[in-house]
Design a protein around this ligand. Structure first.
Ligand code: SIN
Ligand code: CO
Length: 383
């Protein structure tokens, strides 16, 4: 399979990632969509599945947004054409969709957002817009005509009277029609507009990155959750000052010292980031086993040669911290030392864990216990 149109992942990252769009014909040759339009509609009726319907002309109002879950009646009342159903996090609900992610592992796990599916009858689209994210738009069923190009930002003119950010007076630069298996990569900020030419399903493999705001608020919240953060600033060295109204320089020095010491703690920064980027999208994603397994039972399943895999929607990452390795799974952190450290790269490398190496590591009682914990909390399961 030649998913990047003849480019190696390194070439793609160097020349296109975050830089410019790329059309890849037959990135997934003979691609067959693992879900049907009816299945998508069914999912959109379920509690816990994030779904939206966008209607281009909703009783005279432009580009109206409706949030799921929907009822079957709502689907029967939709117009004949010019609407789109979006289902978020499809990789979590459909294992065959989750498998598609294995082809995108040249991008780090922490950058992955999810796979969203869109279904549209002829004419359907979500309007011309731009996203803040990198996205691979994989045509899964039917045909979609994409017009794309031009850098957009918050100053780009927008259509009024809609909650969606639809670009007005935007023309795009290039137009292509994608057939099943074709794929379009778009970096953030590039205007695009995809219109269904027939009954059409598109899968958006989306990547995310935190904003500076996310990093500052997330890390400071993490620091504030530590007990030392509740300590008050003290001044046993207080001396009489000429004017009680003065805030003296040494007070600001003290604050400056605290801020630098706290914010400059790289170990805490790494621990926060690992937990933050592996936190599940919603609480429904990681469901604990009904009857927790004892480590002995778990060990038996391991030795019988069963394949362990990540729960769809679970997130795995690790970071090397000198003589320790921090393993992050679904927003939790596990510190590994010495002979235990190889478990982290092994578990994070692929959604289907390499079992020979894993069984060797699981001979260690503590690691067996950790794997059993991950199993019982629902982050890994036997296929
Ligand atoms: C779609 O698949 O209809 C919309 C996806 C996008 O433009 O980001
Ligand atoms: Co988009």
């Amino acid at each position: 399979m030649d998913m990047l149109g003849g480019l190696t992942p390194s070439e793609f990252l160097r020349d296109y990632w975050q830089k410019k769009p790329l059309v890849i014909r037959q990135a997934f040759p003979a691609f067959e969509c693992p879900v049907s339009a009816d299945e998508l509609a069914g999912l959109a009726c379920e509690e816990g599945v994030e779904s939206r319907i966008v209607i281009e002309d909703d009783k005279g109002k432009p580009w109206q947004l409706h949030n799921g879950p929907f009822s079957p009646e709502q689907f029967s009342e939709l117009p004949e054409k010019d609407w789109t159903l979006l289902v978020q996090g499809l990789d979590h609900w459909v294992p065959e969709i989750s498998d598609i992610l294995e082809h995108f592992r040249f991008v780090p796990n922490w950058r992955l957002d999810d796979i969203m599916a869109s279904y549209a009858p002829v004419g359907g689209s979500v309007g011309p817009h731009y996203d803040q994210y990198d996205v691979f738009l994989l045509q899964a069923q039917g045909h979609r005509r994409w017009t794309f190009g031009g850098h957009c930002d918050h100053t780009s003119p927008r259509v009024e009277g809609t909650p969606l950010r639809i670009l007005s007076s935007w023309d795009g630069e290039e137009t292509v029609t994608l057939a099943p298996g074709d794929m379009l990569y778009l970096p953030p900020g590039i205007g695009h507009h995809g219109v269904a030419e027939d009954d059409c399903i598109t899968l958006s493999v989306g990547f995310r990155a935190p904003t500076v705001d996310d990093v500052l608020t997330g890390f400071t919240d993490f620091l504030c959750s530590k007990s030392a953060a509740a300590e008050h600033i003290n001044d046993p060295d207080l001396t009489v000052q000429e004017n009680p109204g003065t805030i003296k320089t040494d007070v600001i020095d003290k604050l400056d010292h605290i801020i630098r010491e706290q914010l400059g703690d790289r170990r805490n920064l790494a621990l926060w980031f690992g937990q933050y980027t592996t936190a599940p999208k919603s609480m429904d994603i990681v469901v604990p086993a009904e009857a927790p397994a004892a480590p002995e039972d778990f060990a038996e399943a391991l030795s019988s040669g069963e394949q362990l895999r990540w729960n769809e929607g679970s997130r795995f990452a690790y970071h090397e911290l000198g003589d320790e390795t921090a393993l992050f799974v679904d927003g939790e952190q596990y510190l590994l030392r010495g002979d235990a450290t190889p478990l982290a790269p092994l578990l994070c490398a692929s959604s289907r864990v390499e079992m020979t190496a894993l069984c060797r590591l699981a001979q260690d009682e503590a690691l067996l216990g950790l794997l059993c914990t991950l199993y019982n909390q629902g982050s890994i399961y036997f296929e």
